[in-house]
Design a protein around this ligand. Structure first.
Ligand SMILES: Nc1ncnc2c1ncn2[C@@H]1O[C@H](COP(=O)(O)OP(=O)(O)O)[C@@H](O)[C@H]1O
Ligand SMILES: [Mg+2]
Length: 369
């Protein structure tokens, strides 16, 4: 049985980049989470391929989804074993795991979002309570079910002036944190984060991503392509709004490129600029008071993107969350550890002003060890 007073939580995140699992083990009993261990496992190519196929409707998808979910649970369990080993912590000392699962469909307008996950298998393999399915209750309450990280961003990164926190995963999302004068936390998905950048790098470099943005730095932004991409109606929508690979995917990119004859490096430069411009425009329009911009997620490791974010968010300062003592790759996993703790305390995890839900809701479902 887990120790009832333990404040040790594990968070497991696998996002729309489909790059793998980020895990953290943290003590959440202190005002600022204290990180005890982190672990990152790339997906096996077959599992990644299975998820990619499940993004589109296809035959026998119910069976394939269940099998992929079980494989994910095993990948999660091995990240958990790693975390326990690195931290020298026993499973019994961990209060709960917050396991996000893998989004394969995000259709709030149709009343659902689907994160494949194997929480029962994970509880069985680890002997630790598992909290999962964080998004569906917010959708049941009329919300988008996303983004869910703003409450955590606000708890973690509040400053003495209004601030924006931008998570650049596969999709990018922004949180607006009010300053000491008060106001409410806001947030929304900005648009593509790494998803198009990664897809183009895969096709032309045979690499999973554009390391440090070096390839993008070798090309030039194509103004006509950039303008055409920015005409995508999603960018102009007012929050609450959320998006995913349903919209921003290789087919979307192919439509933008149709009839253009561009050097591949210039396309990469333009995609990287698009990610930065979409964030910069959204902050100027929807979070105009923010004085600086804290960047987290894997995109914070793309030096070219960080530089372009600096341009696009000016005059606001742009800084990696690392500058505030939190590795950008840990932030989302920490958020789901934090949301698991909120679930056990029966505290709401959503921000209705962000998701559009009718009210605050306790998020997730518990699978006892
Ligand atoms: N060194 C790096 N250089 C450029 N991009 C990177 C680097 N490290 C990570 N990334 C980007 O971050 C992505 C993973 O970010 P992550 O926050 O895990 O997204 P998600 O939550 O969608 O899984 C990778 O797919 C890649 O695009
Ligand atoms: Mg990831």
């Amino acid at each position: 049985m887990p120790m009832a007073d333990s404040e040790l939580f594990i968070g497991l995140m696998s996002g729309t980049s489909l790059d793998g699992v980020d895990g953290v083990l943290a003590d959440l009993g202190t005002p600022r989470p204290r990180l005890l261990a982190h672990s990152q496992h790339g997906f096996a190519p077959e599992l990644r391929a299975a998820f990619e196929q499940l993004l589109q409707p296809g035959s026998d998808e119910l069976h394939r989804a269940e099998v992929a979910a079980q494989h994910l649970a095993r990948a999660y369990a091995s990240v958990v074993q790693d975390l326990l080993l690195h931290a020298g912590v026993e499973a019994e000392q961990v209060r709960a795991i917050g396991a996000h699962g893998q989004t394969v469909r995000h259709r709030p307008e149709a009343g659902y979002t689907l994160q494949l996950n194997g929480p029962a298998v994970l509880a069985e393999l680890t002997g630790i309570d598992v909290v999962a399915d964080f998004r569906s209750r917010d959708i049941a309450a009329g919300g988008q079910g996303a983004p869910l990280v703003p409450a955590f961003h606000a708890a973690m990164f509040a400053a003495d002036a209004p601030r924006a926190v931008v998570n650049v995963g596969g999709i990018s999302n922004a949180t607006g944190i009010p300053g000491p004068a008060g106001g409410s936390v806001t947030g929304f998905d900005c648009g593509p984060g790494n998803v198009l950048i990664d897809a183009w790098a895969r096709r032309h470099l045979g690499e999973p991503f554009d390391r440090d943005g070096r390839w993008a730095a070798s090309g030039h932004t194509n103004a006509a392509l950039l303008e055409a991409m920015l005409a995508e109606p999603y960018f102009a929508l007012a929050p609450p709004k959320s998006t995913g690979r349903e919209l921003f995917n290789v087919e979307w990119l192919a439509r933008q490129l149709d009839g253009r004859d561009l050097a591949a490096a210039d396309v990469q430069a333009t995609l990287t600029r698009l990610t930065a411009r979409a964030v910069g425009q959204a902050i100027a329009r929807f979070l105009p008071d923010s004085r600086d911009v804290v960047v987290c997620g894997g995109g914070a490791q793309n030096a070219t993107l960080m530089k372009l974010l600096g341009d696009e968010c000016a005059p606001r300062a742009v800084l990696s969350s690392a500058r505030l003592g939190v590795d950008p790759q840990h932030v989302e996993a920490l958020a789901f550890a934090w949301l698991a703790r909120a679930h056990l305390a029966r505290r709401p995890g959503n921000v209705p002003a962000v998701t559009g839900a009718r009210g605050e809701r306790v998020l997730g479902a518990l699978y006892p060890a």
